[in-house]
Design a protein around this ligand. Structure first.
Ligand code: DAH
Length: 366
């Protein structure tokens, strides 16, 4: 393919001894250049081609200078010089023109190489969901919000007054024992991590006149030994309704409504006498077992009933602490364990599952 390069010989060797012969040599050279330029494609080959013609040391143009111009007889020098300049101009113009095209093509090719392939499947992005505890909170809150309760929240670090005294649990009262309490070290006045959300009953009534209809979602803390159903921290929703004419019937009706909303219209409710220092009378609210419907199974330990939460009519002693008139006001309160209710309703066997954040567990509650 490579024909012999004529510029490696002198013009005399090529037999070009007059201006016409010189012109012919140049015109052949120009043709040779044009053909090569037309044939060359690709950035790499193009660069090599440019160097082969214009390279300082061994490009064809410098060969012409060395082999044609320098050794030429003075009579021919002028003609050779003119031809050489015309050839140079031509070469420069063609190179400039074609180099632009080659550069543009190179850029396009590079862009195409780095371009996104839109036909490739995308990287799937994992979407988070609300945690089962959060979902249950929202379910519970929705039920009470739709019958006129509103949500308030309060401090997790409490004083013994709000957590105990004002709830009618004086010092040395046995009820303090079964609420093993975390006390906060280092504070000047005694502080503790609230053992229940009930302190917010007191804080709310202190601040606002009746009527009161609130629910209080929040974390509570107890020094329990962690096991399948106990942890250091769990979630509660407190409820409080106080007004001038609230009766035990209102209490019972509200509770029954709640149980049907939460567990379904078939669920029945049972109030079992119980004891809390801040309610009188007090009750444990049971629901007919959601697994067997009440006929008895392992879940309800063959009793047909499941214990849901504690509740009762607000003890008049509590009104005394907040400046409410116990002769004029009455109301009811309740306190639910959200973790417990979530486990029961969604069949979660062990409390730790709720806190380990194992995605295999979490994904079951999208
Ligand atoms: N505070 C109680 C506890 O954590 C639960 C409770 C029971 C709250 C009866 C109430 C209530 O408001 O009336 O064990």
């Amino acid at each position: 393919m490579t024909t012999h390069d004529p510029t490696e010989q002198t013009l005399a060797q090529l037999g070009a001894v007059d201006p016409e012969a010189v012109a012919r040599q140049f015109s052949e050279l120009r043709q040779r250049f044009d053909e090569q330029a037309a044939r060359t494609s690709g950035a790499e080959a193009w660069r090599a081609f440019v160097v082969s013609w214009t390279g300082r040391k061994s490009g064809t143009l410098s060969h012409i200078g060395d082999n044609w111009l320098k050794p030429a007889p003075p009579a021919l020098k002028r003609a050779i010089g003119q031809e050489l300049n015309r050839l140079k101009d031509h070469i420069e113009a063609v190179l400039a023109e074609k180099s632009r095209g080659i550069e543009a093509a190179e850029q396009t090719a590079a862009a195409a190489r780095s371009k996104l392939d839109l036909s490739l499947p995308g990287a799937a992005r994992a979407l988070g969901t609300r945690h089962l505890i959060r979902q249950t909170y929202e379910e519970l809150q929705h039920i009470f919000l739709s019958i006129g309760f509103s949500v308030v929240e309060g401090p997790e670090i409490e004083t013994p007054y709000y957590n105990f005294e004002a709830l009618n649990i004086p010092e040395h009262h046995p009820a303090r024992d079964n609420m093993d309490t975390f006390y906060v070290a280092g504070s000047r006045e005694l502080r503790l991590l609230r053992t229940h959300t009930s302190p917010m009953q007191v804080r709310t009534m202190e601040k606002q006149p009746p009527p009161v209809r609130i629910i209080v979602p929040g974390k509570v803390y107890r020094r329990d030994n962690p096991d399948a159903t106990h942890g250091y921290m769990f979630h509660q929703i407190e409820g409080l309704a106080v007004d001038t004419d609230i009766t035990f019937c209102d209490f019972k009706g509200t509770v029954e409504h709640f149980v049907r909303e939460f567990l379904g219209p078939q669920a029945r409710t049972r109030l079992r006498p119980s004891y809390f220092p801040f309610t009188e009378p007090s009750a444990e609210v049971d629901a007919s077992c959601h697994v067997c419907g009440g006929s008895g199974c392992r879940t309800c330990k063959f009793s047909g009933w499941i214990e849901l939460f504690g509740a009762g009519m607000v003890d008049p002693a509590v009104y005394g602490f907040v400046g409410y008139d116990p002769g004029k006001l009455s109301g009811f309160a309740f306190g639910m364990g959200v973790d417990r209710l979530a486990m029961m309703k969604y069949g979660v066997s062990e409390l730790p599952l709720l806190y380990q954040n194992d995605v295999r567990f979490l994904r079951q509650f999208p």
